[in-house]
Design a protein around this ligand. Structure first.
Ligand code: AGP
Length: 610
């Protein structure tokens, strides 16, 4: 959700902060703001909407200064107005605060401060922080922040500046990421490595309860009691040298859909043995010995990553006969889950910053359960806090609707199952080779789908004005139905439901009439005939059926209104292909409806609040 960036040094603070915000815009984009201290005087610019608007405002009247903090917001408390945009100040307008997270007891604190004479001007929970610091400050910003933090319940990553104690940025965190970048005679602050990774590779990760005091050539980190800590500086394993580019595509979403064949190819190259008889997962933090002892796997994730977890469950059960559960992180974290000594928790996350997934990891670890994560973002909170990580290597995903990360998650799950199956000796070398050979065809088959989009575009043109869609699938493609519906909802704002096709008769069938497009994922597999039965039921009620079917399946044409063909592949790998037409369908429908596909309303790329 929201993004924070801060800078202290000799560079032009406005442009440095704006560049940082642009890299963080995917985290939230309903409003943005920047505060600097210019010769000790606090200056602020804020706006609703995109960073571009803030940039234009600053062009007309730059702030300048020796240091500054900036924020891009995804509203939690208070509408996305200019007043509610961060940075927020107290009554005297001499303190500025940017905040990621939620202060749960803000109403109570606000009441107390109003009695003391403070005047509140926004609907945010964050404003109480500025007023509290204003109340406590006597010339030392760090001490005032320390006192204020003791009053707060909830989660936060904070960066604060004050006229009363200039020349420094004070930062603090609890359950939200905050990192400090170390430069030469300059230092940086950010909620996300990507904001500053092109500027420095020396990083300090702030831990919960710690407070950092950042000056131009000095950084001090204290614990909650004010004790100076000796923090380790970490060297980043990667650096983003340039900002995200569309490389000629109109949108990041489309570019990322097209990237999928290349990613599958390069991950296979990285993971598969030269003789194709196995795969390697070196240095993932969980040893083969530990994997041997696992008898129960709990996958916890959110959204698209949760859908990937479902495909993983089916695959792991088929090849490893491993008891696998899939849980929403937001449910798992509050359910006091059972932790047997033979359980492994697997978290799946593109961003590596999803608050619920991170909380699920912490909960598992508190019960001494080992956690292995599948994650796309190196050095993210989920990567750092898990016992082990399998990287997805999909490259940064910028479009808010996840596409390439989903197929990279599926691939990682398939390959990891082979690895695990070889350790457990329930997949033979021969079987591993066959699976790998089948996976080897995927890049070419994905490309074939991308090269022939005529039917997909026609369906988009025909149905883009519909208000509802139903997506049905069975077996390995039940999660594909969920993912297809999610994609369409996210980018086009059309109401869509994904369902296990066999469940249709237990309720959703009531929705069917001649206005309802039903997308049926019906490749030639073990549940093909069952899917045909469901399609007949839909047609009997005059529903419009769009089928995702296997090339050469002439029979299906007689049953449905449209067929989008995908190439033939082994049943368990079909989700890698069937999802692509659904991603494209969502994309083209959204474009026809004039939606902002890369930054859909109300969403954010990293969901860092619960
Ligand atoms: C996907 O299109 C969504 N934007 C969303 O559901 C996402 O998958 C979810 O928030 C989980 O994110 P993560 O993979 O970064 O943890």
């Amino acid at each position: 959700m929201c993004g924070i960036v801060g800078y202290i040094g000799d560079k032009f603070v406005d442009s440095l902060l704006i560049a940082g915000l642009e890299r963080l815009e995917y985290r939230g984009y309903d409003s943005a703001g920047i505060a600097t201290l210019n010769k000790g005087k606090l200056r602020i610019r804020k706006t609703t909407g995109k960073i571009q608007l803030l940039k234009e405002k600053l062009k007309n009247s730059p702030l300048g200064g020796e240091l500054g903090i900036a924020h891009t917001r995804w509203a939690t408390n208070g509408e996305p107005t200019t007043e509610n945009a961060h940075p927020l100040t107290g009554c005297k307008k001499s303190i500025a605060v940017v905040h990621n997270g939620i202060i749960e007891n803000h109403i109570e604190i606000q009441k107390e401060l109003i009695k003391e004479g403070h005047i509140f001007t926004t609907d945010t929970d964050t404003e109480v922080i500025a007023h509290l610091i204003e109340k406590y400050i006597d010339g030392n910003l760090k001490t005032a922040v320390q006192k204020a933090l003791k009053r707060l319940k909830g989660s936060y990553a904070l960066a604060i500046v004050s006229e009363k104690d200039p020349d420094k940025i004070v930062v603090a965190k609890k359950e939200n990421s905050l990192i400090i970048g170390i430069g030469e005679n300059e230092n940086f602050v950010a909620s996300d490595i990507s904001a500053i990774s092109s500027l420095t590779s020396n990083i300090i990760f702030l831990e919960d309860g710690e407070i950092g005091v950042i000056e131009k050539s000095k950084i001090e980190i204290f614990n909650g009691e004010g004790k100076l800590l000796n923090k380790k500086i970490r060297k980043l394993k990667w650096q983003l040298r340039r900002g995200p580019r569309k490389d000629g595509y109109e949108h990041f979403m489309l570019k990322e859909i097209y990237e999928q064949p290349r990613i599958v190819k390069s991950v296979l190259k990285r993971r598969v043995f030269k003789n194709k008889r196995g795969v390697h997962f070196k240095n993932i933090g969980i040893t083969p010995d530990k994997l041997l002892k696992v008898n129960r796997l709990v996958i916890q994730a959110c959204g698209t990553s949760w859908h990937a977890g479902w495909v993983g469950k089916y695959f792991l059960e088929k090849y490893l006969r491993l008891h696998t559960e899939v849980d929403f992180s937001s449910e798992f974290r509050y359910r006091n889950p059972i932790a047997g000594g033979d359980t492994l928790v697997m978290a799946i996350s593109q961003s590596g910053e999803t608050a619920d997934t991170l909380a699920g990891i912490r909960l598992a670890k508190s019960k001494f359960v080992q956690v292995l994560s599948l994650c796309n973002t190196l050095e993210s909170a989920i990567d750092r806090e898990s016992d082990g990580t399998v990287y997805l290597y999909a490259g940064p995903e910028i479009g808010v609707a996840s596409t390439k990360a989903y197929t990279a998650e599926l691939l990682a799950l398939f390959l990891f199952t082979i690895y695990w199956g070889r350790i457990k000796e329930c997949i033979s070398e021969e079987e591993a080779k066959n699976i790998i050979e089948e996976l080897g065809k995927v890049p070419y088959l994905m490309k074939k789908i991308l090269d022939n989009q005529k039917e997909i575009i026609e369906c988009a043109e025909k149905y883009y004005q519909c208000s509802n869609f139903l997506f049905l699938g069975r077996g390995f493609n039940y999660p594909t139905a969920l993912e297809g519906a999610l994609k369409l909802k996210e980018v086009s704002y059309i109401h869509a439901e994904g369902y296990a096709a066999g469940e249709m008769k237990h309720g959703p069938i009531a929705l069917i009439d001649d206005n309802l497009p039903v997308v049926c994922i019906v490749p030639k597999d073990s549940v093909y005939e069952k899917m045909l039965n469901n399609i007949r039921e839909i047609k009997a009620r005059r529903g419009k059926v769009v089928a995702i079917a296997t090339e050469g399946d002439e029979k299906i044409k007689g049953y449905v209104d449209h067929v989008i063909f995908i190439p033939k592949i082994k049943e368990e790998f079909s989700p890698l292909l069937t999802v692509i037409p659904l991603q494209l369908l969502a994309y083209y429908i959204a474009i026809k409806r004039g939606c902002n596909v890369d930054q859909p309303r109300n969403l954010a790329k990293s969901v860092t609040v619960e």
